[in-house]
Design a protein around this ligand. Structure first.
Ligand code: NAD
Length: 471
């Protein structure tokens, strides 16, 4: 992919080298472009320069080393260098939820665009990749024209990103589509050049206006969140009856109009994108006077959050009615497997709620312990699956890492105090557990007792009257 001599390849910069930006910068260099990555976080830049990816992403460290060795990838903390270097500048900074509102916090995006606009002295394209509310690009266009010595010559485009953490390298080098939001043929041409290797590979391209490009991303995330919450709403209905949501999901999946992807019941979605994106979308739609059109996203969010509370209920029920003094093994902290991202992570939220009800919680995540510890230092983090389940009264599987799926119920059973498991992700074969003497609970499924004739009786602990203060 890296023979770009035959056309005038633009020089690329990437502003913000977090999960999205670092991956984008590294993969653009792998594709053959000269790339300069920039972040305000000096520590992150030092790590990247030293060949260390500051977060867990399978396959990315190898690509970083390859890109650095090629000489095509460099990093800086000097924005003047960035302005000087780039023909196409990709802005990949964070757009987290605002502290006291469901709107997106756009201050990082504004600061990145204004910083570049003030410094760039030659024709170049600023490309937003961050997920933003509709209308942001248009507003930034006016801001940039105002600040830039080049005026409206400094153009702006939007190129939403669809990569999935855990599959970021594959998704960046082989995306299922590209979307360009542009306002001029020149901007489209620059983006075509910047993505030439992918377009030559046959990646489908949608060229759109700025607002549509912004909307594609939040609409896609809203659809996925809705599908997850739909099956989780069905799980709630199942819980009020004797129906089994996993059988229901299996039956629905076979309808090819519906399909099985994102129809998996469980603890629901989290992470640095879906939750904040649907909230910001709803907020923006209300500002635009079309709040009613997406008011269902509020319910999607509520269903999702109720799954966390219900998971705590299942653990409490298995523990005999109270969590005070109960020892819980919390398996997983990341919002999904193959990531160390704990932003709005359902697993960590459940672990924290269990702790607040007085349980002793041992958290083990193969990659996310350090990030989780930074967020909730009061929980007890352990370095192995065995250490987490040691003497546990209830095991709660909260993130479906392969290590947890593959664990042997007898090996785990030898370590725990009681063979009781809550499968928060529908990741295990219940029969495999109940036939080894485990009581098994999963959201939206009937209680499954151990099928082994004699096991030590369930020891219900009496309630201890204390609740912890919120972390
Ligand atoms: P992140 O928090 O991992 O990274 C953001 C980076 O931007 C940080 O390293 C931060 O130091 C840096 N930054 C902040 N202000 C800056 C500035 N003024 N100049 C330069 N750098 C600055 O966030 P992320 O997960 O990479 O997400 C970034 C954006 O991409 C968000 O809008 C997100 O919604 C979107 N997105 C993320 C993913 C994903 O899988 N993480 C996928 C698609 C879209």
């Amino acid at each position: 992919m890296n023979n770009l001599e035959s056309f005038s390849a633009p020089k690329i910069t990437v502003i913000g080298t977090g999960y999205l930006g670092a991956t984008h910068a590294i993969c653009m260099a792998i594709m053959g472009f000269d790339v300069l990555g920039f972040d305000v976080d000096h520590h992150k830049i030092d790590q990247l320069r030293a060949g260390k990816v500051p977060f867990y992403e399978p396959g990315l460290p190898e690509k970083l080393r390859e890109a650095l060795a090629s000489g095509r990838l460099k990093f800086t903390t000097n924005l003047d260098d960035v302005a000087e270097f780039g023909d196409v500048h990709f802005i990949c900074v964070g757009t987290p939820q605002a502290p006291n509102s469901s709107a997106a916090n756009l201050s990082y995006v504004e600061s990145a665009f204004s910083g570049l606009a003030a410094r760039i002295r030659r024709k170049a394209l600023l490309v937003g990749k961050s997920t933003v509310p509709i209308g942001t690009a248009e507003r930034l266009t006016a801001m940039v024209a105002d600040i830039s010595p080049l005026g409206a010559e400094l153009e702006l485009a939007w190129n939403p990103e669809f990569l999935r953490e855990g599959f970021a390298v594959q998704d960046t080098l082989h995306p299922d589509r590209l979307v360009f939001g542009v306002t001029s043929p020149w901007a489209e041409e620059m983006l075509r050049r910047a993505f030439k290797p992918l377009l030559d590979d046959g990646t489908p391209l949608i060229v759109a206006d700025l607002a549509t490009a912004e909307l594609v991303k939040v609409a896609a995330n809203s659809f996925l969140a809705t599908k997850i919450s739909f099956i989780n709403a069905m799980a709630e209905v199942c819980e009020a009856t004797s129906a089994d949501v996993s059988l229901l999901a299996a039956a629905l999946s076979l309808d090819d109009r519906i399909g099985g992807r994102f129809l998996k019941p469980g603890l629901g979605f989290g992470g640095g994108c879906l939750p904040k994106d649907i909230r910001a979308f709803k907020h923006r739609a209300e500002e635009l006077g079309v709040g009613q059109a997406v008011s269902f996203l509020g319910e999607v969010d509520s269903i999702n959050n109720r799954r966390r509370v219900r998971t705590v209920d299942l653990v409490r029920e298995l523990a005999g009615g109270s969590l005070a003094g109960v020892k819980i093994a919390a398996l997983g902290a990341a919002f999904k497997p193959n990531s160390d991202d704990v932003r709005d992570a359902p697993a960590l939220d459940v672990a924290r709620m269990l702790y607040l009800e007085g349980a002793t919680v041992s958290v083990y995540d193969p990659e996310a312990n350090a990030n989780a510890h930074r967020l909730y230092p009061d929980l007890n983090y352990v370095g192995s699956l065995a250490a987490a389940v040691e003497q546990a009264d209830v095991v709660a599987l909260l993130t479906e890492w392969e290590e947890f799926r593959a664990a042997d119920p007898d090996d785990l059973g030898a370590l725990v105090h009681h063979r009781r498991i809550v499968d928060g992700r529908h990741a295990l074969d219940p029969e495999r557990y109940t036939s080894r003497g485990w009581e098994y609970r999963a959201l939206g499924r009937p209680y499954q007792p151990s099928t082994v004739a004699h096991r030590s009786p369930v020891a219900h602990r009496g309630p201890v009257a204390h609740q912890r203060q919120p972390l």
